[in-house]
Design a protein around this ligand. Sequence first.
Ligand code: FPP
Length: 246
Amino acid sequence: MDLKSKINLEKLPTHIAVIMDGNGRWAKEQGMARVFGHRNGVKAVRETTEACTELGVKYLTLYAFSTENWNRPEAEVNALMTLLVETIKNEIKTLNENGVRLKAIGDLSRLPDKSRKTLLKAMEDTKQNQRMTLVLALNYSAKWEIVEAARKLATAAKSGELDPADIDDTAFSNALSTVGIPDPELLIRTSGENRISNFLLWQIAYAELYFTPTLWPDFRREHLYQAIIDFQNRERRFGKTSEQLV
Ligand code: FPP
């Protein structure tokens, strides 16, 4: 039986988040520069997006550039920004043909003008699509996002618009950049690293974590299917006992 047919389509995660890792190591294994790994990572982005759309996953969030990634060599940062612009331009048509809406989370103000403009235009050009939402985390870090949310709530409280007693889970979620997007149920990280690296810390409170040794440029739809099957075989108790779930 092929992997895809083992997936229970009734129990798909609504939102899958991915920490795409291992591009540099993949390139090194081939004796190539790190940028070669990022370029090949785009194939995995395309295939994962296609597979999620076909299955009926409603949200896919990809960690494309963290606030810490600015510390990489300038040439690599520039190459990543160029790749991003090129990829978005190349894929808009396909996104529209497949009903995929593009969104972004992160501090977009620090992106180079060209990257930001391309991104904003792509978001505008795909905003009518409803089959799936592809969220790119760009210049994103969860601590940045949480601090921003706290600042927003504090400002509203100071001005009298918000009663501090009304700050609860929902109010906090609504102040995050992921407002309106359901929390991911499944978080995948490639390349054998077992950490979260400042990604969606609030939103993954109850996500199932799936770590695979596969390097991101090698990640294909079968790897995604395997992660979903693994997710579907887990018991999600949300603090309850197994008996209560029956
Ligand atoms: C992590 O691998 C990968 C990144 C920091 C960038 C991811 C970017 C892409 C896949 C290309 C463009 C993406 C989109 C959405 C258009 P790494 O460089 O940290 O690998 P290493 O840990 O092996 O060094």
